[in-house]
Design a protein around this ligand. Structure first.
Ligand SMILES: Nc1ncnc2c1ncn2[C@@H]1O[C@H](COP(=O)(O)OP(=O)(O)OP(=O)(O)O)[C@@H](O)[C@H]1O
Ligand SMILES: [Mg+2]
Length: 476
């Protein structure tokens, strides 16, 4: 055995044996997830045209993986060379394994036109659905004889928690193959049904005997975390963690012009007959938020302009007095071609009308000619209105669009997570000022929920009884 450099531990072996197109490994901390990704990527390096890609959200996060790859890859393949600039290993055959990051959704264009036989997302819950699904199109063979597939590892929590849970965890018990029917319509009009498969293979630190031996205190550290994190990271409980609220959110550059399958669109000249609203959430040491919306004849809302009082440090306010905010609102309404000369209905947080501590914010702003009506601040109803508006109809058209120039909306809305104390509502510690302001305008123009979609049919050919006990075993 002295020539063996890396052997999978039993759980890692189960993961590495899976046949599905997509497989997610982990669900708890320390289960040997990243090691498994590095080993899996090596499988086809004897094929000269093989290309593998291992992704983390940012390059600094990748460095840990790269360090570990130097240990494993260099010992297993002494001829392999690592290029620091390209973040790429080249093997003797010519095969390559790249390390990549995707800090912003737009970074996905770095992968445009490239092909990878194997793509792995380490810490998948740090990625959005858009980022993950975009790379499906890059999972293509570079030549004959390679296997094309996608693997991922994740812990609960993070911006992708909601969609990862929906895709891999909730549809079926762990170790159950989930089949998705894909209907392909060909240019000649005929259609064919295909299937794609995916699976969740759970693992936790209890499956990583090597780590337990090297660092016996690791479990103690996980066990002393606050309850929610402990449940998530030690036991892989996907329900105890606060996940992304607006999982419907899509920022899809392919739809910027067509308005299909995206919430973000290119700005356009708003027709004169559409109504204009201005939403406002006041803040001083925290950011204030002003959003202008146009509403078309179908009741569809477009966020056309924003003025966000943030210093540049997330969630830090610019400390403008109400009069100064009002002057800037007037300036924008005189300058912007979509607002100039238009009647604007202002809707604001009812607390700006509070006079118990002297002159109200609303009355100070009136001095600069900026007027507001009191918003309906009912939190749950407002949140539902946003869900209703973000939902896509069967054509891929939502009831809320956002101009691509509204950078702060695009940054903060998808990052909102559920509160740990009130699991139905969003975490108000997060940067929620734009959320509040859009909620006020949405409540002014309420719409009905979209029709309910038919449930997904799951085909389960495997005997999963053995694994149904898995969750119980690890908690014991
Ligand atoms: N098959 C293996 N052979 C040798 N060592 C292993 C193996 N699997 C895991 N390890 C050891 O366990 C450590 C932790 O594993 P790894 O980093 O893969 O866990 P993880 O699940 O990615 O953890 P985290 O949740 O912190 O990201 C590794 O650094 C490595 O030392
Ligand atoms: Mg890891």
């Amino acid at each position: 055995m002295k020539n063996v450099i890396w052997t999978p531990q039993p759980r890692q072996k189960i993961f590495m044996e899976r046949f599905e197109n997509e497989a997610l490994y982990g669900g708890a901390a320390g289960g040997g997830k990243s090691d498994c990704a590095l080993a899996e990527a090596l499988r086809q390096v004897n094929i000269p045209h093989y290309r593998g890609l291992i992704l983390r959200k940012t390059y600094p996060q990748l460095s840990e993986l790269i360090d570990r790859s130097r240990e494993i890859y260099k010992s297993a393949f002494p001829d392999a060379k690592y290029n620091e600039q390209k973040h790429c290993w080249t093997f003797k055959s010519g095969a390559k394994i790249y390390f990549g990051a995707m800090q912003h959704t737009k970074d996905r264009t770095n992968y445009q036109g490239k092909r990878y036989d194997f793509i792995d997302f380490d810490e998948l819950t740090h990625f959005t659905w858009d980022e993950y699904s975009y790379l499906f199109s890059r999972n293509r063979p570079n030549g004959p004889g390679t296997r094309c597939y996608i693997r991922a590892q994740a812990n609960p929590g993070g911006v992708g928690h909601g969609w990862v849970k929906e895709r891999f965890i909730t549809p079926a018990p762990p170790m159950t193959t989930i089949y998705e029917d894909i209907n392909i319509i060909f240019p000649d009009g005929h259609s064919e049904k295909r299937q794609r498969s995916r699976i969740f293979v759970p693992s936790s630190v209890f499956d990583n005997k090597i780590l337990l031996r090297n660092d016996p205190e690791y479990i103690t550290r996980l066990a002393s975390l606050p309850e929610n994190e402990r449940k998530a990271l030690l036991y892989g409980d996907w329900d105890s963690f606060s996940g992304q609220v607006f999982t419907e959110w899509k920022n899809n550059p392919d739809g910027y012009k067509t308005h299909i399958d995206t919430h973000v669109i290119e700005p356009f000249r708003v027709p004169a007959s559409w109504k204009i609203y201005r939403g406002f959430d006041f803040g001083y040491s925290r950011p204030f938020s002003v959003g202008w919306y146009a509403v078309d004849h179908d009741g569809r809302m477009y966020r056309i302009r924003e003025l966000y009082g943030c210093t540049g440090t997330p969630n830090e306010g610019v400390r403008w007095e109400p009069l100064e905010i009002a002057k800037n609102i007037s300036r924008v309404e005189k300058e912007d071609i979509n607002l100039k000369g238009r009647y604007v209905t202002g809707i604001a947080d009812p607390s700006i009308f509070d006079e118990s501590r002297g002159e109200s914010v609303a009355s100070m702003m009136e001095r600069a000619g900026v007027y507001f009506e009191k918003a309906d601040n009912t939190r749950m109803a407002g949140k539902m209105q946003l869900h209703n508006r973000l939902a896509f109809d069967e054509r891929g058209i939502p009831m809320l669009y956002v101009f691509s120039t509204c950078k702060n909306f695009i940054r903060t809305i998808p990052a909102l997570v559920y509160s740990a104390s009130d699991v139905e509502d969003i975490d108000t510690q997060a940067e929620d000022h734009i959320y509040d302001e859009v909620r006020y305008v949405a409540m002014e123009n309420p719409i009905n929920p979209p029709p309910v979609k038919a449930p997904q049919v799951i085909y389960n050919p495997l005997n999963t009884e053995e694994y149904a006990q898995y969750g119980k075993t690890i908690i014991r």
